[in-house]
Structures are given as C-alpha cells and as structure tokens.
Design a protein around this ligand. Sequence first.
Ligand SMILES: C[S@@+](CC[C@H](N)C(=O)[O-])C[C@H]1O[C@@H](n2cnc3c(N)ncnc32)[C@H](O)[C@@H]1O
Length: 277
Amino acid sequence: MPERKMSPVLKWAGGKTQLLEHIVGNMPADYNNYYEPFIGGAAVLLGISPEQAFINDVNEQLVNLYTQLKIAADSVIAKVNEIDATPCTKELYYAIREQYNTKISSRDFDSECAALMIWINKHCFNGLYRVNSKGLFNVPYNNKVNGKSIDENNIRAISEYLQKADITITCLDFEKACDGVSSGDFVYFDSPYVPESVTASFTDYTIDGFTIADHKRLAALFKRLDGIGAKVMLSNNDVPLVHSLYKGYNIQSLNVKRMINRNANKRTGKEVLITNY
Ligand SMILES: C[S@@+](CC[C@H](N)C(=O)[O-])C[C@H]1O[C@@H](n2cnc3c(N)ncnc32)[C@H](O)[C@@H]1O
C-alpha cells in the first residue's frame, strides 16, 4: 500500500526486523482484521502495512508516538531537528531526559513528547526503555554524539500510511485489546519474552513487569481465540515453559541475534514462532 518501504522509528527491545521475513512467510494467506496487541517498535506492522489494523501497547508514550506520527508528523520532525541542531553532550542528554520526564509526570502527551521520546531513544544506552517505580524514564546516556536522530522520509511515509490505512491505535492491556477479535481475524502476539532462565514453576515478577501469570493469561487467550476460529501467531523465547503453555500447537524454533544484551556472548539465542494454523 505505501509507496516506500517503512522501518521502525525506535530501537525497541524484541524488535522483529531480523525475523520479519520469516514471520511474514508464516502468516496466513488471507484473513479479515489484523490485530497486533503488543506493537512495540512496530516492525511487523510496518513490514506488512495492512490496509486495516488494530494496534495496541500498554506503554502510553509509545501509543502517543504513533498517534502523533499520524496526526502531527511535521511537528515531531521539527522538534527532533531542533534538538539535533546542538551536538549531543552528557549535559544535553540529561536535560532532555528531564524535559521528557516532566511531560510524563504531567501526562502531557503531544508531538513534543513524541519527539523527545525519539531523540532519547537514539541517545540512551542500547535504546533501552526502562522506567522507575514512579514511571519516570531512567536509562543513562550512551556517550555517542549521533548525527541526525531521524530519517524524515521514513517518518513521512509512516505518517501517510497511518493516515491512509484504517488503523485503530489503543493503549490497553493485551486481553482487552483483543475483545473485538472474531472468526477469520489474524492476531500476532509479540509479548515481552519469558526469561531464558525461567522454569515452569517460576512465579515471580520478571524485570519488564510481564509476569509468569501474564504469560499464562496470554496462553489462555491464545486458546480462546483459537476456539472462536481466529488465526493466531505468537513469538517467544525457546524455553520449556513456552513449550508447555502452547503444547499441541505448531512450534518452530528459530536462531536469532540479540542486539540488546550487555554481554556480547549472549547476543545469539533461540526463539519460537507458534501458530494455530
Ligand atoms: C517484545 S515488545 C514487542 C516488539 C515488537 N514486535 C517490535 O518489533 O518492536 C513487547 C511490547 O509489549 C508491551 N506490553 C507489555 N505488557 C503489556 C500488556 N499487558 N498489554 C499490552 N502490551 C504490553 C510493551 O510495552 C512492549 O512494547
């Protein structure tokens, strides 16, 4: 549908750019509505650019970013360029981070908040997104003086796509975001992953706040959607817990490179792609 190929605006943990071809190759040939309840960096949505989609994420700033790219891309671009005009230093990074956190605290979700989020993502350590108990962003500076923080043509292409296609953007828990799914729809789930070290009896909180109870809730939803005749695909780590939660479905193992890991030895891993069709 869009004239040019689009790519994610943010570096995002679990970004699916490298697995995109494989994911797309395993999608059903036809379906009605497309649902992506954990949109994250949106690599899959932007890769397939469906004419209609329900996209969702629980991260309010991320949802604001897509909303602003849709309605106010020029303002977002102008603000990022304005910050980029000054070479980045440690002082500038922390000043921008403070501005961003002031926006978050006052729930001031606008084009400026979206621009700050993009700029910070390019200048923070490893493109991580981490907040403290008060919900404030606390990732340190990556010590790099980058050039431009955005590809303007990519942002304009995304904006045009979000305007022309029928895209509904919501900020809900994944279960609620699937309320409207019906027979013949296609849902792609890319939740935060089960940690590699976790066992089936592990019940504690994971670092990203997505608990084992959440993974069980997701597996129950997968089953429910399967039961109503939806087509469902899910990505996760290749660990025993995931195999036991999705027993009976088609489970493919895939080798992946992991960019966001402090330890260079842990930058390869195994994931699964699970389908009910
Ligand atoms: C692995 S990332 C998705 C990566 C994405 N496929 C990409 O290519 O960048 C998981 C996303 O799930 C979101 N998330 C975490 N808990 C959630 C929940 N309960 N409901 C909806 N989204 C949630 C996070 O904010 C994060 O953006």
